[in-house]
Design a protein around this ligand. Structure first.
Ligand SMILES: N[C@@H](CCC[C@H](N)C(=O)O)C(=O)O
Length: 257
């Protein structure tokens, strides 16, 4: 089958995006999605996104990991697909769309996208790590010498040994200053380190606040693929008005044959 696709990246977390408003894409074809995402036999990406019609919102976002399976929320993907919706002329600067974890709002200004994430009510802090769900499940762990840390081996081990079949994404963090943290993430469904993870840095920002590592509610997250900002408000019941902000770029357009 032949169709047009768009290659996007948000701080190096890269995606194939397909305009599926005509509903032509074979959504159950796991092998096809995995092949499109394959870096040797396909286009190459950490995940695939479908932009689809929605009865009341601007569009619906459908997200697959590079293993070909549907998964939970993708923050960088949400930023990239909002940029794509503007590129297609579906929206102007502001949008409301639905993803697997519910409704999201986003603002697109040139290549900068601000995405509203869901409220986070539960943050489980233990001695060695923090676990929370920011649309996707995240394990957050402080390390030293992050640059030399074996993210793949340690991430895979934690993902499988602690979280079993369902798994979780695993973020390793080193503090730079009061409001700046370096982060490297092992992503489930990619089963490797990615250059950036949007729900991951959102989880890190909240975990750092919850554990007293920062008193700032606007945090800078440095990933191997670039810099992201997360801001939020906290009240008695939850972290609210959580925004993930950073660049999103259309890299190229192609035809899948
Ligand atoms: N890269 C994403 C996270 C995608 C979901 C994750 N791989 C999972 O299956 O939990 C992001 O930017 O949030």
């Amino acid at each position: 089958m032949e169709f047009t696709f768009y290659k996007y990246q948000g701080t190096g977390n890269d995606f194939v995006i397909i305009d599926n408003r005509e509903n032509f894409f074979p959504k159950e074809n796991t092998e096809l999605v995995a092949k499109i995402c394959d870096r040797r036999f396909g286009v190459g990406a950490d995940g695939l996104l479908l932009l689809e019609n929605h009865p009341s919102a601007d569009f619906r976002m459908v997200y697959y990991n590079s293993d070909g399976n549907l998964s939970s929320m993708c923050g960088n993907g949400g930023r990239c697909i909002s940029h794509f919706a503007k590129f297609l002329g579906i929206i102007s600067e502001k949008t409301t769309f639905e993803a697997v974890d519910g409704m999201h709002e986003a603002t697109v200004e040139k290549d900068w996208v601000s995405l509203k994430m869901n409220d986070v009510e539960r943050v489980n802090v233990s001695e060695s790590h923090t676990f929370l769900n920011t649309g996707s499940p995240h394990h957050v762990q402080m390390v030293t010498q992050l640059q030399d840390f074996d993210v793949f081996a340690n991430g895979r081990n934690i993902r499988n040994k602690i979280y079993g079949k369902e798994g979780a994404n695993v973020n390793f963090v080193e503090q730079q200053d009061d409001a700046t943290f370096s982060v490297r993430t092992y992503e489930r469904g990619v089963e490797d380190e990615t250059l950036s993870c949007g729900t991951g840095v959102t989880a890190v920002a909240i975990a750092m606040f919850e554990t007293g590592k920062t008193s700032e509610n606007k945090v800078t997250l440095k990933t191997p693929g670039g810099q992201l900002q997360v801001r939020f408000e906290k009240d008695d019941s939850a972290y609210k008005d959580v925004y993930l902000e950073g660049p999103a770029t259309l890299v190229f357009k192609g035809i899948w044959k």
